[in-house]
Ligand binder design. Structure first.
Ligand SMILES: CC(C)(COP(=O)(O)OP(=O)(O)OC[C@H]1O[C@@H](n2cnc3c(N)ncnc32)[C@H](O)[C@@H]1OP(=O)(O)O)[C@@H](O)C(=O)NCCC(=O)NCCS
Length: 279
């Protein structure tokens, strides 16, 4: 692969190039080059991932307040399709963490679609983010190519960038293997077309650790079996909201071990103050 570099965006044409990536990834521009320009100058982070000198991905975050503390809210990160799974997303998050810490910011938060397993793996397993909030239909009718036809439900990720938990995860340590004795609250089966579906939702389990399975490729399901994808959306909304309300947090994600394999979130009871905003 040509040389990769991650750095702050500065030039007007770089902000325009970020608009082009937004069009390719979501089908429209959600954050204009003008807003990127002022955010980069006056608080926040606008980073780019360059491959062989051209922009392959970008990250946009602004200064915000959450639970009374100053944080960075990372509203967007995208990598052009052909450059995915090469570690660019991970490297942009690491660069963002470094510059936020240097500015005295100790938490970065963002949202993502809980049914996107790539994002789940990156955000929860690799980066050590935690989820304690689920927002149904976060952006209302959202003209996004990614979730066309689905309500825009989102997890809120809290990334406590100064915490021991995050430092451990970034070093690829601290992640437990999946224990087959843990209860899956949504036993699944494959339907006749080969798509995963829930057999039932068990909402009253109270073991210290519980698993929630999600489809490994929701995009394909959405494109080929939209009504099933919509059912998943609503069933996961019910499941996660119910367990988050009962004091569970999403603490880990087990990715598919092979293409077409199964993947699971881990729910655990966690004392919020001990992990989300230490110090
Ligand atoms: C989310 C996104 C920015 C990640 O960028 P990326 O450069 O592909 O991310 P990385 O390569 O650093 O990490 C992806 C990881 O997911 C893994 N992965 C790929 N497919 C997967 C799947 N179906 N399930 C779980 N993990 C998967 C990759 O192997 C990689 O892990 P590795 O580095 O251990 O090999 C990119 O996928 C994207 O632009 N998505 C669309 C926009 C979006 O959802 N943005 C985020 C919300 S604003």
């Amino acid at each position: 692969m040509p040389q990769v570099s991650i750095r702050r965006l500065k030039a007007a044409e770089e902000f325009r190039a970020s608009e082009r990536i937004q069009k390719h990834v979501w089908g429209s521009v959600g954050v204009s080059a003008e807003v990127l320009t002022v955010t980069a100058k006056h608080g926040g982070a606008v980073l780019g991932a360059f491959v062989g000198g051209s922009l392959a991905g970008f990250l946009y975050a602004f200064l915000a307040r959450r639970h009374g503390k100053l944080i960075h809210w990372s509203h967007m990160m995208a990598v052009e399709g052909r450059f995915r799974d090469l570690g660019l997303g991970f490297r942009m998050k690491l660069a963002h963490r470094r510059l936020a810490l240097a500015e005295g910011v100790r938490a970065i938060c963002w949202t993502y679609d809980p049914l996107q397993s790539r994002n789940a793996y990156l955000n929860i397993r690799r980066l050590g983010g935690l989820v304690e909030e689920y927002i149904p239909n976060c952006y209302g009718q959202f003209p996004s190519l990614i979730e066309k036809g689905l309500a825009s439900d989102r997890f809120v990720v809290e990334w406590a960038i100064a915490s021991k938990r995050v430092v451990t995860r970034l070093g690829r340590r601290g992640a437990r293997p999946l224990n087959p004795a843990w209860t899956a609250v949504n036993p699944t089966r494959k339907n006749r077309r080969g798509f995963l579906e829930n057999q039932t939702l068990k909402l009253r389990e109270r073991a210290p650790r519980l698993l929630v399975e999600i489809p490994a490729d929701t995009d394909r399901m959405r494109a080929q079996a939209l009504s099933l994808a919509r059912r998943w959306r609503l069933e996961m909304r019910t499941t996660f909201r119910s367990y988050l309300r009962a004091g569970y947090r999403v603490t880990d994600f087990f990715p598919p071990s092979q293409p077409g394999g199964r993947c699971f979130y881990l729910l655990e009871r966690v004392a919020r103050d001990s992990v989300a905003y230490p110090g």
